[in-house]
Ligand binder design. Structure first.
Ligand code: ADP
Ligand code: MG
Length: 613
């Protein structure tokens, strides 16, 4: 048989390597930014167009390259950063594989202009799909500028796989954040489609975080510092009350490199244990310095995973350091778990006496054939009882004969009320009870219902917001003192996309300037203190869902809001609140599944119970 094995030509090998290194425009951004940092730049400019699909350019003032190096830098396994395998264990650079430029040049049109300090003349080089188009001398400032155009021009399948410009820009922004946060001593500028997104001066870690995430961030930060033989830790954690329901805002840097580490993340969570509600995540910016010999960053081609020699020790140190910081800054007693945050009233209505917030009331509309009622907004009190006021329309319902004729349980024919002796039981308060702070149990003719309280409330709120959003009839609660919240440019840009819909849901916006937004009103049932975190959450969900679902924006926001505002597992509900929730649930158009497609209740029939005996 003839020999059939052949060595792949370089450009094919490079294209294959590119598959690992370059997943999307953001991967190119990461590699180019890291090269600029390795070149000792003090100012780095990132320019992208159309989510990086048409242009990604990085301009630095680093050491530059000679004509020969410029040419060599595009060869595979060409690097100035290591020479032998042992060098891998004393890395002080981001790069070392010598693959990035070769990979990028294999799948895009790349142009480089570069000049080392002290030279008069620089080099201008153009490569398309690994083919050198030209190399000539040129006049250019000290440093390197690399532009990458038409990414994946020769791999249509990859190109088609890219998401919308907005989504790709978000990935790029994420990478930019990571690099910018790891290097506060370097100035960064970031332009998108000609507009400036970030202009970050050289500064310290705290200021850098604030510049990137907005002035609002500053008050959230608690410093963390520790120095041991194994590791030096610095950085910040967010105070527990700012923990978010979604992930995001968690940053580990090891030797100035952003990394992902579920194990170390767990150490942080362990330190926050008992301080944050279940299902929420603390934000953090933690910078670890370890001996480069004690880690292996070679295990992942894009180098976001790291293997530590002594993970367990690191875990223990991290956990106790953070615990210590939390204690030291006295953030612990600020939390009160007995109290539902939804009940928080930003100011005491009783004490204020004269001035009450103006409330726009949606009196006329009756959304659900018979179940609905006029909207009545009552100021909320700081008692568990106040919870019932989450239920607009409740007052008009309790004690009346409820008509549930549209509700069907299993195959049972229902006549009149599904609740046995409705009124009597309401009075004696025995028709519902709460199980383990999680379920509401109630009786129906056919047996009993076990209702997941959080999902039920999500459904109720979701339908309400959906109605507001589509009919533009939101019930808004005007704030006595408008709130001014700081946002960064990316957030403001996102906010501008959803502002109209938020207005329809009950938010009222005042002045919006370069870095802050004034909030004059919020949907009823939202406490003033939670506005910031809920808007954060909405933006976060908006990002996550962008481009993934075809549903309307109103639908998405209604879902997010219902999740953010719903009562949670563990929230104690008094009798009235339990009953109100059940009533409101069964006044919904859809009662079986939550907005997130989770089952809301189960029925246990009398027969099933009887069979158990
Ligand atoms: P690596 O960073 O792993 O060494 P790259 O393919 O990213 O591999 O870069 C190859 C080489 O090109 C680098 O080792 C460096 O010498 C040179 N280089 C790349 N970008 C720059 C830059 N912005 N400034 C100076 N030299 C650079
Ligand atoms: Mg590199």
């Amino acid at each position: 048989m003839a020999d059939i094995i052949k060595l792949l030509p370089d450009h094919v090998a490079n294209q294959i390597a590119a598959g690992e290194v370059v997943q999307r425009p953001a991967s190119v951004v990461k590699e180019l930014l890291e090269n600029a940092i390795d070149a000792g730049a003090t100012t780095i400019k990132l320019i992208v167009k159309e989510g990086g699909k048409t242009l990604i350019q990085v301009v630095d003032d680093g050491i530059g390259m000679s004509a020969t190096d410029a040419r060599l830098s595009f060869e595979r396994h060409a690097t100035s950063k290591i020479q032998k395998a042992e060098d891998l264990f004393k890395l002080d650079t981001k790069g070392f594989r010598g693959e990035a430029l070769a990979s990028i040049a294999a799948i895009a049109h790349v142009e480089m202009q570069t000049k080392p300090g002290g030279e008069d003349i620089g080099t201008h080089l153009k490569i398309e799909g690994s083919k050198i188009i030209f190399q000539e001398t040129c006049a250019t400032p000290k440093g390197t500028s690399i532009s990458v155009k038409h990414l994946f021009f020769n791999i249509p399948a990859r190109r088609n796989f890219l998401k919308s410009n907005q989504v790709e820009l978000r990935h790029i922004t994420d990478e930019f954040h990571r690099v910018a946060l790891a290097h506060p001593k370097i100035a960064f500028q970031f332009y998108n489609n000609g507009g400036e997104l970030f202009n970050l001066p050289q500064t310290n870690a705290r200021q850098r975080i604030v510049h990137v995430f907005g002035t609002r961030t500053n008050q959230k930060l608690v410093p963390v510092t520790e120095e041991t033989q194994v590791v030096k830790i610095s950085g910040f954690i967010n105070k527990p009350e700012f923990a978010k329901k979604s992930r995001g805002g968690q940053f580990f840097f090891v030797n100035d490199r952003f990394i992902k580490s579920p194990y170390l993340h767990h150490a942080v969570l362990a330190a926050f244990e008992g301080l944050i509600k279940q299902g929420t995540h603390p934000g953090y910016f933690l910078y670890l310095e370890v001996n480069p010999g004690s880690i292996d960053i070679n295990i992942h081609p894009t180098k976001t995973e790291v293997k530590f020699d002594d993970e367990h020790t690191l875990y223990a140190i991290l956990r106790s350091t953070i615990k210590h910081s939390l204690g030291q800054f006295n953030v612990v007693p600020a939390l009160d778990f007995e109290q539902d945050r939804n009940l928080d009233t930003p100011y005491s209505f009783k004490d204020k006496g004269v001035v009450q917030p103006k409330v726009q009331v949606d009196r006329g509309f009756n959304p659900f054939a018979e179940g609905g009622g006029a909207a009545v907004q009552v100021p909320r009190k700081k008692s568990a009882k106040g919870w019932e006021n989450l239920y607009v329309g409740l007052e008009s319902k309790v004690g009346q004969n409820l008509d549930f004729s549209s509700v069907h349980f299993e195959s049972e024919t229902i006549t009149g009320s599904i609740f046995e002796k409705e009124e009597e039981q309401t009075k004696t308060g025995s028709s519902t009870f709460q199980l383990h702070g999680k379920y509401i149990v109630t009786t129906v003719r056919s047996g009993m219902l076990v209702i997941d309280q959080s999902r039920a409330h999500q459904r109720v709120l979701y339908e309400r917001f959906l109605k507001y959003g589509t009919l533009k009839e939101a019930v808004s609660q005007q704030l006595l003192f408008p709130l001014t919240l700081g946002f960064n440019k990316t957030e403001l840009e996102q906010l501008s996309h959803i502002k109209d819909d938020l207005t329809a849901l009950g938010f009222a916006f005042g002045e919006i300037n370069e870095e802050s937004v004034q909030i004059k009103g919020v949907p009823v049932s939202m406490g003033e203190t939670e506005v910031g975190s809920i808007l954060d959450q909405l933006l976060c969900d908006y990002n996550e869902q962008a481009g993934t679902e075809s549903f309307s924006q109103t639908d998405r926001l209604s879902k997010s809001l219902s999740r953010a505002l719903s009562i949670k597992t563990g929230d104690k509900l008094d009798q009235d609140s339990q009953l109100a929730l059940v009533n409101d649930l069964f006044a919904c158009k859809e009662t079986g599944v939550s907005p997130f497609k989770k089952r809301i209740y189960i029925t246990i029939t009398e027969n099933e119970i009887a069979n158990k005996f």
